[in-house]
Write a protein of this length. Structure first.
Length: 339
């Protein structure tokens, strides 16, 4: 049986999936292998190959059954898969600077390789889960993780842009001053902008801006006693889910920020769907529903024709990158007559 592979290279783990020509995913859930990105390209490429062999063996196949590999990684990288010459958090080893990771995986495995950044791959999966592989619908996905990634799918393809920075949704400015309850807050993003989506709606934003803003208003809060804002930030989602008032307030602000952003997307694209995913939404359904309601509450009134544009939670969020990468690979396999 011929299949395509999705390979999602993260900071510490590589996640794999396999997809056949009938659009069936052969791996349910996470199939992980250690990434060792910090040790540079040679070690990491070996890891990618070893993990891929393990993944195909787990479903009774061999590498020869894989006709195209879809790779996705955190950016910044070009749309062709050349990592930024300036390096990045996830690829700190000096040998990664300007490294053509797509080409390197292709050379090593002898197979065609497609490339997407991880946000765009997640967006492609979110779109596919709603509309299938061959649909002309437009969707906008926001993936809330350490940062804010995502992507725009138009005409059955990812908007990559001129140099691969299309769909960098986290750095789009929003009119955050209109969000109630954060008067006087100046949310700064690591990119330098003040008040872009990531500066309010990401794990980084919780540690950097929202906890420092809200903790003085809740002087007895347990998170104020941790003494480590990054650690405390990781606890906010769980506490919000349990109904903790301050943590709910932090998530309400994030939802309203997303509402303002989605409003911009509604007026730019008039899309069929708005999708939200990422670690922030790996919660019980009750919390997800509350969060979606708050996104809606944060949007300015919509014109009648657009008030019913649905907002969805991305399914299988932790496998979104690998699944999106596999869908991109399937597209190439079909275009090339390989599957
Ligand atoms: Zn930014």
């Amino acid at each position: 049986m011929d299949v395509v592979a999705g390979v999602d290279l993260g900071g510490t783990a590589i996640n794999y999936t396999l997809l056949n020509g009938q659009e069936k995913f052969l791996i349910e859930g996470l199939c992980e292998y250690p990434a060792l990105s910090k040790e540079g390209p040679q070690v990491c490429l070996q890891q990618i190959e070893d993990g891929l062999k393990m993944a195909v063996q787990s479903v009774g196949l061999t590498l020869s059954n894989v006709v195209v590999i879809g790779l996705d990684t955190p950016g910044p990288a070009s749309s062709a898969g050349v990592l930024s010459a300036r390096g990045s958090t996830n690829f700190a080893h000096p040998d990664w600077a300007g490294f053509d990771i797509r080409e390197a995986v292709a050379r090593r495995t002898g197979k065609p390789v497609t490339y997407l950044n991880d946000g765009n791959a997640g967006a492609l999966w979110g779109h596919y889960a709603l509309f299938g592989a061959a649909n002309q619908a437009t969707s906008i996905s926001a993936v809330i993780g350490t940062g804010l990634g995502g992507g725009v799918i138009v005409n059955n393809g990812v908007v990559k842009g001129r140099k691969g920075f299309g769909g960098e949704l986290g750095h789009v400015l929003i009119p955050y001053q209109s969000i109630r309850g954060i008067e006087g807050l100046t949310p700064q993003c690591n990119c330098g902008r003040i008040g872009d989506l990531e500066s309010l709606c990401s794990l980084t934003a919780i540690g950097k801006s929202l906890l420092p803003y809200f903790l003085p208003k809740y002087p007895d809060h347990e998170l104020g006693k941790t003494g480590d804002l990054d650690k405390a930030a990781k606890l906010v989602r769980g506490l919000a889910e349990q109904g903790d008032p301050m943590c709910r307030e932090i998530f309400r602000v994030q939802a309203h920020a997303l509402g303002l952003f989605f409003d911009e997307m509604v007026n730019t694209f008039d899309p069929e769907a708005l999708i939200v995913g990422g670690g922030a939404l790996e919660t019980k359904e009750e919390f997800q529903c509350w969060f979606l309601d708050e996104i809606r509450a944060g949007m300015p009134p919509q014109r009648e024709e657009q008030a019913d544009i649905p907002i969805y939670v991305m399914p299988n969020g932790d496998t979104a990158g690998a699944r999106g990468a596999a869908i991109e690979a399937l597209k190439l396999a079909r275009q090339s007559g390989l599957i």
